[in-house]
Ligand binder design. Sequence first.
Ligand SMILES: C[S@@+](CC[C@H](N)C(=O)[O-])C[C@H]1O[C@@H](n2cnc3c(N)ncnc32)[C@H](O)[C@@H]1O
Length: 472
Amino acid sequence: MPGDRGFDYDQRLAKERETFAGQHELHLDLPPSAHHWSARHLRPKFDALGIPGIDELIIGEIRDRARRAKRDVVVLSLGSGNGDQELGWLRALAETGDVGVRLRLLELNPDMQDRAREAARAQGVEDRVEFILGDFNTWRADAGHDVVVGFHALHHVLDLEHLYGQIRDSLDPDGVLVVHDMIGRNGHRRWPEALEVVERIWATLPPRLRRNAVTGEIDEQFDDLDCAVDSFEGIRAQDVLPVLLDYLHPSLFLGYANVVDPFTDRIYGHNFDLSDPGDRALLDHIGDLDDSLIDLGIVTPTHLTALFHPAPQPLRVYGNRTPERSVRDTSLVDPAGRVSFRPNTFPGERLVSGGGLVVGRMNGLYDDGWAAASAEFPLLTTAEVRRVRLRTYLPDWMPGGTMAISLDGVPVAKAEVGRGLVEQDLPVSIEAHRTLRFVLDADWSVNPAGTGLGSDRRTLAYILVGLELLGD
Ligand SMILES: C[S@@+](CC[C@H](N)C(=O)[O-])C[C@H]1O[C@@H](n2cnc3c(N)ncnc32)[C@H](O)[C@@H]1O
């Protein structure tokens, strides 16, 4: 809800202050797997786009403007934390004689802001730095800016529209917003299409790679934690990019990482032993898979490094990773949290009723109701099942035949399926609260385009009208 600061806004703000109050070093405890992945998968993309490094990119943007301008350039850093990084930019610029730079640090946390002030004083640059203690959801730009930096800050913003508006209106026409941030699902969760891949990888991992650093437990299931439950961590991460595109124009755009995240994060990433060739190979393999999934458009990036401007610019992107292809369409999630390729319809809810739920992906069943010769899905029974009421439809041109039903690979029933609308009850017994794979195998199928029966190029067997799970 853009701009909506609900009843728990102040509690979240307090949590945000509490979380960061004692954090003296924010980037130190990244696991070795993150550094390994970064060297192997991120560095080449940076190289391809001519990005020397994230700090060097920021320093370069400041330096260019400092040399063009006949005045001091003004740099604003959003959620600047302890200010270490920003003071490092000033030092690097001073080394090349670029001293006409003023820094503005916008930070919510007074403890962090005090540490930044102390460090600026110690480095003798306090007169070049302005400390703004404020909330970027309500902060109003009271100065013009040449460079604005959002470094791991934008995913903490609730009122993105307000903040982006302030940035756009205060940016010099030649100004730039440098973004280095998280753009995945809210709360840093996986979207269903990515979760499915992570879960499949998870199922192959030895226990030592599934140890949760926070709980110390071995996680049988990947813990798709929602970090935004009670704080601003990832509160509108999925909106960071699409809303930004409404306000500013990119000139450099690199989106990266998705399914690799859980294997390089602070919860599970430390489990990888990089001196073990097997662990290294697995990590590299997941990194390669992740890149392919992003390049194919199956998943969308969760991280972004980019430059944005007030006016349209020629755009440099990595491969086919354009801004448009990097935006996840957030309307395509059903209430069960699974992906649906048509908004508001999840075939599982439409097709299966009675004493069970479809709890995962349905294979071999199309959105228009047609089924392939083999169709299957994971079923969770909510009550004892004694019969399955099968409803099918076959047009006149479809031959029909015998359908076999099996559960977890065990055949349990057979049905003769003929033309027209057919409803039949099949004796199938399943206990309540079981999860199993429900498989329907037809011994006939037709490819309409291949057999001159129309233009449909799919190989089809019947239209599944419904499956009702009934008790006695
Ligand atoms: C993940 S940290 C990043 C800090 C720093 N940019 C870095 O990368 O080291 C997010 C920062 O945003 C600050 N922050 C969170 N919510 C804020 C708000 N509403 N207004 C201003 N700063 C905020 C936090 O206090 C914290 O310093």
